[in-house]
Design a protein around this ligand. Structure first.
Ligand SMILES: O=C(O)c1cc(C(=O)O)oc(=O)c1
Length: 296
């Protein structure tokens, strides 16, 4: 009897993604992906808000090679809470081809931080999406930020666009580089130059320590699977306005997708639509992630 039963409505990652037409440049990095379990080796956290299918490191390496990428940045998924064992296991098995973003609690020890750093962790994640995590008090997040700053780590933040106004001053008070997951989840039915997305563009423009992932069109699009045309203007604007501060990732194995399970090959073919020159593609996929994750 398996220790964990995946949620009844859970969509498992695509079993046979199409081969991308787009050929990623040499050294390309999938800068946002996860490993899940396996749950009987790396138990899912009791405080989790979903129970996924297992999605082990071996499957992630297989996808990396199939899509034509060289490296991964593995982001701690909320189903593992602050138990980073599955992440660390993958980093140690990656032959230096994966780096990580961990989740830590306020009582994390210096020795634990050092061990995470030695394994290849280069940042922590602060999650503000209420369906995923219970809210962590801001003074706790500030104390964690102060603890990880000496390591040269950055902070990855995941929030929804409607919350940005209220979170804006807290974000701009963070003392490290800050990387925004999935462009802060803009409502793409609103104008790309409307007040909601303008606030995000202002955050990026007025704070040179802010970066953004231009990932997850499948989570944002209202135009249905695999085309995601309505997301293009938003991602294109961020890539072209801040070419040195953008990252891209598959978000494999795509937690909590309900409308459809994206074809990872088609997600790769989305890249040339938002980064339209070889130079922008190289910055997005190679130069920027190497600067942030492999500078040491
Ligand atoms: O939108 C989501 O459900 C989601 C969840 C997680 C996670 O559970 O870590 O990470 C993501 O990048 C996106």
């Amino acid at each position: 009897m398996a220790a964990f039963q995946m949620d009844r409505d859970w969509l498992v990652f695509h079993p046979s993604p199409s081969k991308p037409t787009f050929r990623a440049p040499p050294g390309a990095v999938d800068a946002h992906c996860h490993v899940f379990g396996p749950g009987d080796v790396f138990p899912y956290a009791p405080e989790r808000k979903y129970t996924p299918c297992d999605a082990p490191k071996e499957k992630l390496w297989e996808l990396r090679d199939y899509l034509g990428f060289e490296r991964n940045v593995i982001v701690q998924a909320t189903c593992h809470g602050a138990d980073n064992r599955a992440l660390v296991d993958a980093l140690k098995a990656s032959n230096n081809r994966a780096r990580g973003v961990a989740t830590v609690k306020q009582d994390v020890t210096d020795a634990e931080l050092q061990a995470l750093d030695a394994a290849g962790v280069r940042g922590v994640r602060f999650n503000f999406v209420k369906r995923l995590v219970d809210t962590t008090p801001r003074e706790v997040l500030h104390s964690i930020a102060e603890r990880i700053k000496p390591l040269g780590w950055h902070i990855v933040i995941y929030f929804e666009a409607a919350e940005l106004h209220e979170l804006y001053d807290f974000f701009t008070s963070l003392p490290t580089t800050v990387v925004v997951d999935h462009m802060g989840r803009p409502d793409v039915t609103k104008p790309v130059d409307g007040p909601e997305f303008e606030l995000f563009v202002r955050l990026m423009r007025e704070n040179a320590n802010f970066w953004s992932k231009v990932s997850c069109p499948e989570r944002l699009s209202k135009t249905g699977p695999d085309a995601y045309d309505d997301v293009v203007p938003f991602a294109r604007r961020i890539v072209e306005t801040f070419p040195d501060r953008v990252l891209w990732g598959t978000d494999w194995p795509h937690p909590n997708m309900k409308s459809h399970m994206p074809d990872d090959g088609k997600l790769v073919d989305f890249i040339p639509r938002i980064a339209r020159t070889a130079e922008l593609q190289r910055k997005l996929l190679v130069d920027n992630p190497m600067t942030l994750y492999w500078s040491r």
